[in-house]
Design a binder for this molecule. Structure first.
Ligand code: ZN
Length: 271
């Protein structure tokens, strides 16, 4: 029995009230669940739904992300993927929030990490890679998760950008592949973005570059770089999205939330 299952509104309300409950163990975000609901209440309904797990290392500032980055992403996914089970998992949870029982039924794993890549258990990384490569689990790496162990293992390259700068104020996101399902309903747009990663990126050849972007620096200069691209790794589909620095609340942005939902639906594999 998992007493830590909350509706997203409860997590956010608790965080706003100052209670540090965004770091409890794995939470399942069900539209109709309430604090204290028992797993048995939904029973088979939960098992029948596709499952997306949103993982975070827990280092995002609370004043920007009161429910952490995975909580913000999960909130957006819950709103748009109403027939999905949306779960948050955290580095500090037991098994890093990804015990076998959850990982084995996870259809899509979304990963945000920055400062604590080295703390991630190598055995877990191996299980994630196996789920993607051999069993078709989708994998989405966000922003500084380019250096996350699962992303490195799946890509098999250095996954380094040419340059990292925190001298930026915004990005103009450009849709490069308007026919791609991840770009469905997305138009070119601008949002706050304080950190830029510059091409080239040491990666395998992507299947599709869905988004690029033009950064506007604080001094008025501009530069451009790839922002979102897809890969196939064995049986699994992968997507990387560059925006997502922890001091910019872009995962509350409606366009970014739509991109996240589109990406989850696109990378989902068949069990
Ligand atoms: Zn960053």
């Amino acid at each position: 029995m998992n007493a830590n299952r909350f509706a997203i509104r409860s997590v956010i309300a608790g965080a706003i009230c100052g209670a540090v409950i965004c770091c409890v163990s794995t939470n399942s975000y069900a539209e109709d669940s309430k604090p204290g609901d028992k797993v048995e209440k939904e029973g088979n309904k939960m098992k029948a739904r596709p499952c997306v797990v949103v993982w975070s290392e827990g280092t995002a500032p609370m004043n920007v992300y009161p429910a952490d980055i995975n909580g913000a992403i999960a909130e957006g996914l819950t709103q748009s993927l109403q027939d999905w089970e949306v779960v948050v998992a955290n580095l500090k949870d037991a098994d890093h929030g990804l015990p076998d029982a959850l990982l084995n039924r996870c259809d899509v794993l979304v990963w945000w990490g920055h400062k604590k890549h080295g703390a991630v258990n190598d055995e877990l990384v191996g299980r994630i890679v196996k789920r993607v490569r051999e069993e078709g689990m989708g994998f989405i790496a966000l922003h500084s998760a380019h250096f996350a162990k699962p992303n490195l293992a799946l890509m098999g390259t250095a996954c380094s950008w040419r340059e990292y700068k925190s001298d930026t104020k915004s990005i103009h996101l450009k849709v490069e592949a308007p026919g791609h399902p991840i770009a469905k309903g997305i138009k070119d747009c601008d949002f706050e973005n304080g950190e830029r990663y510059e091409d080239p990126y040491a990666m395998p050849k992507p299947d599709d570059v869905v988004f690029s972007g033009v950064f506007t620096w604080k001094n008025g200069q501009t530069s451009s770089s790839k922002q979102g691209f897809t890969f196939t790794v064995g049986k699994g589909k992968c997507f990387y999205f560059q925006p997502g620095h922890e001091t910019n609340p872009i995962y509350m942005n409606e366009t970014v939330r739509r991109i996240m939902a589109n990406a989850v639906k696109w990378v989902v594999g068949t069990k």
